[in-house]
Design a protein around this ligand. Sequence first.
Ligand SMILES: Nc1nc2c(ncn2[C@@H]2O[C@H](COP(=O)(O)OP(=O)(O)OP(=O)(O)O)[C@@H](O)[C@H]2O)c(=O)[nH]1
Ligand SMILES: [Zn+2]
Length: 373
Amino acid sequence: MINNKEHMNRREIEKKELETIKIDGNIGETVQNGAGYSAPETSLQEGRVIYKNRGHYRVQTSDQVFDAVLSGRFKYETVGNIDFPAVGDWVTIFLVDGHCRIESVKPRRSVFVRKQKDTGGKKMAGGVGTTQEQVIAANVDKAIIVTGLDGNYNLKRIERFITLAYNSGAKPIIVMSKRDLCPTPEALIEAVKAVAFGIPVIGYSAVTGEGFEMLSAELEPTDTIVLIGSSGVGKSTLTNKLLSASVQKTGETQLHTAKGKHTTTAAQLLQGVNGLAIIDTPGVREVQLWADEETLDQTFDDIGALTAKCRFNNCTHGNEPGCAVRAAIESGALTEERYAHYLKLQREIAFLNRKKQQLQTMRNRKQKHFKKR
Ligand SMILES: Nc1nc2c(ncn2[C@@H]2O[C@H](COP(=O)(O)OP(=O)(O)OP(=O)(O)O)[C@@H](O)[C@H]2O)c(=O)[nH]1
Ligand SMILES: [Zn+2]
């Protein structure tokens, strides 16, 4: 039903567009013809993508939010996923009677790209052995790396996050949260400063508010930011604080997309009136997962090399004959401790992957439910 209606609308729109162009060839003008027929109002505008879910987009202009679809040229002319609009992108939109179509993506000043290894299990456009690139967030100015002072503390992971931020073009800022739970945070903060040359490192507590001023001083009102870090470190708490703080600064105008508590809105780019924008997409939430996967691959490349020498492709390094990993442990070439560390990280990643899949299933169910109505 819905699809049919949409289809009809699109055909009508296209017909009307043609008529408009025939009438005067000028976009943005309403023309009356002799029969009293009022040609549709059309205009080209600029906006920002604040929501994306598969082919469904939402675009915010200076004064409105539109549901948007992609123009046909994206289907036929783009080469890879990377060319499709992502949350944070500035786009040109074509409006016909309130219907919005994304025409083009403006050049990005920074971009978080997720490279997904093609396992060969799923058929992807690039074919087996290639990597698929997907834009997680675009035009991010600053990446706030959040890490807890209460024990969730891993220098290697922080280094990965820093690299991710630099690769994207965003400027990293490190927030060490839950300062109130750590009686002597100085040594930990110093250790992080040692791996984070020149990057601001801020001890922060959501409970006492300590460090918030220092963080605010690092941000411009026009910044677009992402918060990355492990689960439970306080990203949501800080997001809400940043959004409401930015609202308080100007106070009077209405928020377009967020009302302080960001969990209640469907938008993925949350914006305070004075301009500060926070991108919080499912993809951004998974940044931890890919940072960890990369850490596992890079830090334990020796174990990866051994695994390749195991007799069986799917060796679990348990009781299988011809296991190169167990042989290395027995010969002392690989320490038990290092292998245990590897297994621990691998388990954490598997856990996060399961969590991610559960979330995806839940999202799919919700969507099915939504479509039925
Ligand atoms: N004591 C203390 N608790 C905090 C602080 N910041 C956050 N918390 C608490 O830590 C818990 C987790 O915080 P969240 O903001 O949900 O963490 P998150 O990083 O968004 O977690 P995910 O949504 O799982 O990614 C909540 O119970 C917060 O109230 C802090 O500075 N001090
Ligand atoms: Zn093995």
